[in-house]
Design a binder for this molecule. Structure first.
Ligand SMILES: Nc1ncnc2c1ncn2[C@@H]1O[C@H](COP(=O)(O)OP(=O)(O)OP(=O)(O)O)[C@@H](O)[C@H]1O
Length: 288
């Protein structure tokens, strides 16, 4: 079942085309990562899917209908990139306030435990740290037992521990059958959470595949070695990088590069071959 669908969707703000003919389906049970540099159009896409903005062209559907119709938003949870919280309300009160909007909300205690906010229940939101506010903002997307959640940069400003705790909460929701679309600048986050990665650049979808395939689609391997003196120019090596005493060779065919190194009698040691990280794949894809 398709929960969210964009069909040739565009969004222009004056002269700026933020989203340019994007078609994208999100099926129930998926955990999709939207990746892209600043200004790629990720937030605008999320706003279109969640009915916060109207497309300039094309069609968007959420839970089978227009996302601007409240009937189709009942099973939706959203954390925008920035959230304002009422400063004088306590954490527990904010959760209760949001819960009142739903027929069958998650219990306050359960929600706060899931997101590691138990100790803060009586704290006024104005006194929370940036990271604590962010965790609360993300937790609020889950109050209404949504079928699908959109999280725009959910872990911005969180330390490593808080980020991992939040990942666990998102994974638990997904394991229970929930559908998630998240945007992130942390490529490590997409690798850790998502199975499908949609790379967005200049308002268009540049790649839409499994995380492994997106990494693989760039077709590069990194061959690293320690070598005294330089490495001769080798066929098939696309780029060379040095880092301290290590030399990294980016190549489409690692086997061939290693054979060529041996044939050229390069006196290397500590050879290491690994696939390019998603970050490297992402930079290549968005450099078009
Ligand atoms: N309300 C707006 N008015 C005018 N231009 C806008 C507006 N919102 C976004 N844009 C422009 O649309 C483009 C896409 O922005 P968007 O925020 O969707 O990208 P993004 O991928 O979410 O970026 P970031 O990662 O920086 O949040 C940018 O050029 C941005 O300046």
């Amino acid at each position: 079942m398709i929960l969210a669908r964009a069909e040739k969707v565009s969004k222009r703000y004056g002269d700026t085309t933020a989203v340019d003919g994007v078609s994208l389906d999100v099926a129930a049970g998926e955990l999709v990562g939207l990746l892209g540099p600043n200004g790629a159009g990720k937030s605008t896409l999320v706003q279109l899917f969640t009915g916060q903005r109207r497309p300039t062209g094309g069609r968007v559907e959420l839970c089978g209908g227009d996302p601007r119709d409240p009937a189709h938003r009942r099973r939706l949870g959203v954390t925008p990139q920035e959230t304002g919280l009422p400063q004088t309300l306590r954490v527990g009160e904010v959760v209760d306030f949001v819960a009142r909007h739903y027929a069958d909300p998650l219990g306050r205690a359960e929600l706060l435990t899931r997101f590691g906010l138990d100790d803060l229940v009586r704290r006024q939101t104005g006194g929370l740290s940036g990271g604590q506010k962010r965790r609360l903002a993300v937790a609020l997307a889950f109050v209404g037992r949504p079928q699908i959640v959109f999280l725009d940069e959910p872990t911005t400003g969180l330390d490593v521990e808080a980020r991992r705790a939040l990942w666990d909460a998102v994974r638990a929701f997904h394991a229970d059958g929930g559908t998630v679309v998240l945007t992130s600048h942390y490529l490590e986050e997409i690798e850790a959470l998502a199975t499908r990665a949609v790379v967005v650049g200049g308002g268009r979808v540049l790649a839409d595949d499994t995380v492994d395939a997106v990494r693989g689609s760039v077709g590069r391997r990194r061959v690293s070695l320690t070598v005294a003196g330089g490495v001769p120019e080798l066929p098939g090596v696309l780029a060379v990088e040095t880092e301290g005493d290590r030399t990294h060779l980016y190549t489409a065919d690692a086997d061939r590069t290693v054979r060529d190194l041996v044939a050229a009698r390069v006196p290397f040691h500590d050879l290491e071959v690994r696939p390019t990280s998603l970050e490297e794949a992402f930079l290549t894809l968005t450099a078009v």
